[in-house]
Design a protein around this ligand. Structure first.
Ligand code: PLP
Length: 387
């Protein structure tokens, strides 16, 4: 009998049902406050551009230390808005990891620019600065595209290597747009995600660490002079009276109801983040000797949206966890350069670290309502199943 089968039924009943992300438990905690907020929106009736939008933007600025924040429709809109403002266009190369969600590539393609896929670091799962340098040189020597921007993605919540990327971007004349869809709450030194790059887009998709009850996002700037243009792009490129289009834009607005929900979730965010970080610490301590959890750069703290790790026998470990009632997810089984929509942009050489990660990575439950017993139960199963 193997170790997994030995885990007793007593252990299973001790843990109760384990959720991958437990939005229901969070809602039980703050439901009356959310209902009051939603009621207020029903009462004032400003379903678009209600006062909650500005209130949220102010709180996001206060929390992140960014110079400004623009609430918007989604994490994808939060990437498209600054790319439009930068004037990224056909003939431009935008460097992105292939190990990311498809939205990063779609945002580039919407502008007409070409995504150039860069490998990730096998330990941090984030953009590899050395490969970025190599890919920029390749684009320059091919002479067809103009290197224009880089979008580091803070995978699973962990800030990318902004110091190294900023140095390369300065040498190569690239703009930096941080894809922080997963990393709200993360830090680098004493600076918060939202203030680690000139422009940062985040997502408030319901499953994110700070999630709305629908689609929502925000874009952060380190320079208040961007705000006018970004808010205009968010509203079809109109002027301040919202009548005449002065540039190309789209409907990138956040609904007032989502801002109302987010305000209440923001009020408990730090408390939830502290629990997420404790759980990540326990996972690291229990699993690092036989599995390969995501590594973090010195002086960074993850926003801990997700907890991912690698093992040699991933499919077996996942099957064991699932059999034992532990839900798992795999981000990402297919790197973007292998997906039909983006295959034409695949590099000539394989992206070795990315392709290996796709075979070995999986994610464990991560949310602030996991109990210590549940975390212990999950670790015990991984311990027994991993080789
Ligand atoms: C890395 C990354 N970028 C962008 C997005 C897009 O966010 P949204 O779904 O809010 O548009 C996501 C969403 O999951 C993401 O994980």
């Amino acid at each position: 009998m193997n170790g997994v089968a030995n885990i007793s039924l007593a252990a299973e009943s001790r843990t109760g049902r384990i959720a991958f992300i437990d939005l229901a438990a969070q809602q039980r905690r703050i439901r009356p406050a959310i209902e009051r907020r939603l009621q207020a929106v029903l009462d004032h009736g400003r379903y678009v551009a209600g006062p909650e939008i500005e209130e949220l933007e102010e709180q996001l600025v206060a929390r992140t230390g960014a110079a400004g924040a623009v609430a918007c429709a989604s994490g994808t809109a939060a990437l498209i808005i600054p790319l439009f403002a930068l004037g990224v266009d056909t003939g431009d190369a935008v460097f992105i990891p292939s190990f990311t969600y498809n939205a990063t590539a779609n945002a580039v393609l919407v502008t007409g620019a070409t995504p150039v896929f860069v490998d990730v670091d096998p330990a941090t799962f984030n953009l590899d600065p050395e490969d970025l340098r190599k890919k920029v040189a390749e684009v320059r020597s091919a002479g067809e595209l103009t290197p224009r921007a880089v979008i580091p993605v803070d995978m699973f919540g962990a800030p990318a290597d902004y110091a190294a990327i900023a140095a390369i971007a300065a040498e190569e004349g690239l703009s930096i747009l941080s894809d922080a869809a997963q990393s709200f709450g993360g830090t680098l030194g004493n600076r918060m995600v939202g203030n680690l790059a000139p422009a940062t887009g985040t997502s408030f998709f319901p499953g994110k660490a700070l999630g709305a009850y629908g689609d929502a996002g925000a874009v952060f700037t380190q320079d208040v002079r961007n705000l006018e243009e970004w808010t205009s792009i968010r509203w079809h490129g109109t002027d301040s009276e919202r009548k005449t289009s002065v540039r190309v834009g789209f409907n990138g607005r956040m609904d007032t109801f989502q801002a109302a929900v987010l305000l209440e979730k923001l009020a408990i965010f730090d408390d939830e983040l502290a629990v997420r970080r404790d759980i990540a610490k326990t996972y690291d301590a229990r699993l690092s000797s036989f599995a390969r959890p995501q590594q973090h750069l010195p002086e960074t703290q993850s926003g801990c949206a997700y907890y991912s790790l690698c093992v040699d026998n991933r499919d077996e470990v996942v099957a064991r966890l699932n059999e034992k009632g532990v839900p798992t997810a795999i981000y990402y089984t297919t790197p973007l350069h292998k997906m039909p929509a983006f295959a034409e942009f695949a590099p000539a050489e394989p992206l070795a670290a990315t392709e290996r990660l796709a075979k070995e990575i999986f994610a464990l439950p991560m949310h602030p309502y996991l109990t210590p017993d549940q975390v212990d139960y999950i670790c015990t199963i991984v311990e027994a199943a991993a080789t």
